[in-house]
Design a protein. Structure first.
Length: 354
């Protein structure tokens, strides 16, 4: 985890990206970071995350890491965008009015960048926030630009994760049926909830955990699944663990305790360090690299904005691509004797011409 002593300067100096915009929003006390990691394939596109961080430095660190993840995500998905991400490091939860004001000013900041970065929703921001930003700026990718376009990337991300879990089941067990398969979903928000609904409809046993325990419980009751105490996530026996909330949940402390055979979920930056991919492999846990399996929402909106797909075909396109990519990643990893993370990075590197 982060050492608190690392300040803006150290973090920025250690980062291999294009640049980062730092802005302090005095009205709300929010630090705004816009990290542009790479523009080899196109202009930087990625979501905006809003959170209370322990320190502003943690917010900057998150933006830098998330932007790099977007570079890999677009490259692995074969879409013509670069890696970028924004963070709104709020000092405390905002009122509706403060939030709207912040979104509008963030939109103004995007305008000064003249398209070098376009935003979308991420953890802590909603389709409604995107509408606010889009009311003042055209640099919003995660928004319905035309009638008939979807408003929320979450269900597409969920569709991609379902396809990813199926690819992992095929690789591990030779078949991708969900009967008798327990999937533990950590976080039942914008992606976790639609994911739970899809998996339950497909016949999986869903185990749901959320920091909002009442939310996990009521969804579990509705779907005939069970709720899991957030503290118990890492020791609960299951076939598939799907992290769908914060990052870095796979680390030296949690991996030895995991009770799953497959990790496939939508959270960004699931591994605390790259070595955690080896730790998972040593425990014979199959890891679906986050930037491949969680690309569905970004892909869906990216395809629309680039004029490469119609709304009706999005879900199918996303699921097919993610299922095929992960199948290829798992196969390459097995043949070459490397972790799926290494194989997925090679896939992205090839697309980036590295
Ligand atoms: N938050 C999305 C992700 O991490 C990014 C995104 C969604 C970008 C929708 C554009 C449109 O993948």
């Amino acid at each position: 985890m982060a050492s608190v002593s690392e300040g803006f300067l150290d973090l920025t100096a250690a980062w291999q990206g294009r640049g980062v915009v730092v802005h302090h929003d005095a009205a709300t006390g929010t630090w705004i970071f816009i990290a542009i990691h790479d523009d080899t394939l196109g202009r930087a596109v990625g979501g905006v995350r809003m959170r209370v961080y322990p320190t502003p430095e943690e917010g900057l660190r998150d933006a830098l890491r998330l932007a790099e993840g977007m570079t890999l995500k677009w490259a692995a998905a074969g879409l013509p965008f670069g890696g970028g991400k924004a963070v709104l490091a709020i000092p405390r939860p905002l009122t509706a009015k403060q939030r709207k004001g912040l979104m509008l000013r963030f939109g103004g900041l995007l305008n000064t960048l003249q398209g070098a970065y376009a935003t979308g929703p991420d953890l802590g921001t909603t389709p409604e926030d995107m509408k606010q930003i889009a009311s003042v700026s055209e640099h919003v990718s995660g928004v319905a630009r035309e009638p008939g376009w979807p408003e929320d990337p979450g269900p597409f991300t969920a569709a991609g994760v379902v396809a990813g879990i199926k690819a992992a089941l095929r690789h591990r067990m030779g078949s991708d049926g969900f009967s008798g398969v327990r999937v533990l979903i950590q976080g039942v928000g914008g992606v976790g909830e639609p994911l739970a609904r899809r998996l339950s409809a497909a016949g999986a046993d869903v185990l749901l955990a959320d920091v909002d325990e009442a939310k996990a419980f009521s969804l579990a009751v509705e779907l005939g699944g069970s709720a899991v105490n957030p503290e118990a996530v890492y020791v609960t026996p299951c076939e598939v663990y799907a992290p769908c909330a914060v990052g870095a949940t796979l680390n030296a402390e949690t991996i030895p305790r995991l009770g799953c055979g497959i990790v496939a979920g939508s959270a960004n930056n699931q591994l605390a360090t790259p070595e955690d991919a080896e730790r998972l492999a040593d425990r014979w846990i199959l890891y679906a690299p986050d930037f491949v399996v969680n690309a569905g929402g970004a892909m869906a909106f990216g395809l629309l904005h680039a004029g490469l797909a119609d709304p009706e075909e999005l879900e199918e396109r996303v699921a097919t691509r993610i299922g095929e990519s992960l199948g290829a990643v798992f196969a390459e990893a097995a043949v070459e004797g490397v972790s799926p993370l290494v194989a997925a990075r090679r896939l992205a590197d090839r697309a980036l011409g590295r």
